[in-house]
Ligand binder design. Structure first.
Ligand code: ZN
Length: 122
């Protein structure tokens, strides 16, 4: 089993209904996103998947989040845009883009600060 990991980031605003905490106020984060994909077979070039291909798909998902007010996005109409749900959103969006590429999304971690992250495992 091989694993690739890429990191990227996006900036956005959100507001969480956590009564009595500062999260209730509209605020922003520079989220760091860490994507891990796994697969069994290397190609003739000795790679699991071209990093350029992986980064392109990740960037496409990030474009839907960057500089947005996450609460207003349709994908967060039913679930709050917490780091947990952001990680899941990225994983769910990425998985179909990579199906057929010989890899599977293993996990996505969303860091909302240097010291706090949430990970979703598919
Ligand atoms: Zn926040």
């Amino acid at each position: 089993m091989y694993e690739l990991k890429v990191k990227t980031h996006f900036a956005a605003a959100h507001q969480l209904a956590m009564v009595g905490t500062k999260c209730e106020n509209l605020h922003g984060h520079n989220w760091k996103i860490e994507v891990r994909v796994r697969g069994e077979e290397l190609d003739n070039g000795g790679v699991l998947l071209d990093f350029g291909v992986l980064k392109k798909h990740v960037a496409g998902v990030m474009a839907g989040l960057d500089h947005k007010f996450l609460n207003e996005l349709p994908d967060f109409a039913q679930v709050p845009p917490s780091s947990e749900n952001i990680a899941r959103h990225v994983a769910d969006r990425l998985a179909p883009l990579l199906s057929g590429a010989g890899v599977q999304v293993h996990s996505v971690t969303a860091w909302e600060s240097d010291n706090a992250s949430a990970t979703y495992y598919l």
